[in-house]
Design a protein around this ligand. Structure first.
Ligand code: GLY
Length: 351
């Protein structure tokens, strides 16, 4: 499994990990922004990073393409990278997904490490070994499961992130807290993510990542339990895709947060989960993210998007991960279109 490191500053731990790995030749994959803003900070205190070959890609999810992967494979070839090299991905989810995919496929696999620079990356994309590029207009369509050798979660890059980025990561932290249990959930609902100090954030990150890592350790290729990590994502992805198609994109974690409220309503109506946590989470989601950008007239389009989700087990049925209670996920649940639209009605009333 991946070694996870949690430090305010990741550079000493990266240096130590590279030393323990026999000082492999290092290639850093970064986007233009993280190369400019984050790389110098690491290079200042890590000689190995300062000496690394820097490979940059364009920023933004639209740059997560096979063409970008091919360009990285070419530059690795030109620079003489081998299976004994190490790739270090420095960036948000786009960089860790793309860099992980390139590492997993180049010469049938070069070891790689992740240094996430966004909150969303730290709690989700950089952990768990899902790597991919977008293809044919579909997100993450081509990829492999390949665990990073190490992931370095730190708070040093988070203090300059815009509020929207922090809130996007917080949506996934809320999901992990719901999967972990009432204690985690209370701690996450009580924290003020946009003004939190790094020493308070780091233990919350540790707990959030540990929740994901425990699930991934039990089911790394999503045959069963890992589907619990899809909590909030059935409705959330549909909200995200609808907003994108309407020309008003919403950050992934915002859509997940609204999707969590829909999933908790269904958890109550379909599985009898108590309303106590539904109301508490809906209050938190309303105060952080505002109303869900969905009208009743959007329901047919949302149902169509959910019916086409690649995670559905049978054509036409809509799969959800629900909760019997915080900490007790129920995977492979289905709900009728009527139950789903009622859940959207209630969720929209609550947020
Ligand atoms: N983002 C959910 C997972 O890694 O399975």
């Amino acid at each position: 499994m991946t070694t996870l490191h949690f430090h305010p500053d990741p550079a000493p731990a990266i240096e130590a990990a590279l030393h323990a790995a026999g000082r492999p030749r290092l290639f850093v994959v970064a986007d233009d922004n993280t190369a400019r803003l984050c790389m110098p900070r690491l290079a200042d205190t890590s000689p190995a990073v300062a000496d690394a070959v820097l490979l940059t890609v364009r920023p933004g999810d639209e740059a997560k393409t096979l063409g970008a992967a091919e360009s990285l494979w070419q530059r690795l070839t030109d620079a003489g990278a081998t299976r004994r090299s190490m790739i270090l991905n420095l960036g948000g989810g786009m960089v860790t997904d793309l860099g992980g995919f390139v590492a997993a496929t180049f010469k049938r696999g070069v070891p790689y490490m992740n240094v996430p620079t966004t909150l969303l990356g730290a709690v989700d994309a950089a952990v768990g070994g899902k790597t991919a590029v977008n293809f044919a207009g579909l997100k993450n369509q081509v990829g492999v499961f390949a665990q990073p050798a190490a992931t370095f979660v730190s708070t040093c890059f988070l203090s300059t992130l815009p509020e929207r980025e922090l809130l996007s990561g917080y949506g996934e932290m809320l999901k992990h807290a719901l999967l972990n249990g009432p204690g985690s959930l209370s701690a996450i609902l009580d924290c003020h993510i946009t003004s939190i100090d790094p020493s308070t954030l780091l233990p919350l990150l540790r707990e959030s990542v540990a929740t994901k890592e425990k699930i991934v350790a039990a089911d790394s290729t999503e045959q069963g339990l890992r589907k619990a990590l899809n909590l909030g994502h059935t409705a959330g992805h549909a909200i995200e895709e609808l907003a994108l198609a309407a020309g008003h994109p919403v950050p992934h974690g915002y859509a997940v947060a609204w999707g969590l409220v829909v999933a908790l309503v269904l958890s109550h109506t379909e599985r009898g989960m108590s309303t106590q946590w539904l109301y508490a989470v809906a209050d938190g989601v309303r105060s952080h993210y505002g109303p869900m950008p969905v009208e009743c007239s959007d329901y047919p389009a949302l149902l169509a998007l959910m019916a086409h989700d690649k995670k559905n087990s049978t054509p036409g049925s809509i799969n959800f991960t629900l909760l019997d209670a915080p900490g007790c996920p129920a995977i492979d649940c289905t709900a009728t279109p009527e139950a789903i639209t009622t859940a959207f009605d209630i969720a929209r009333d609550l947020v």
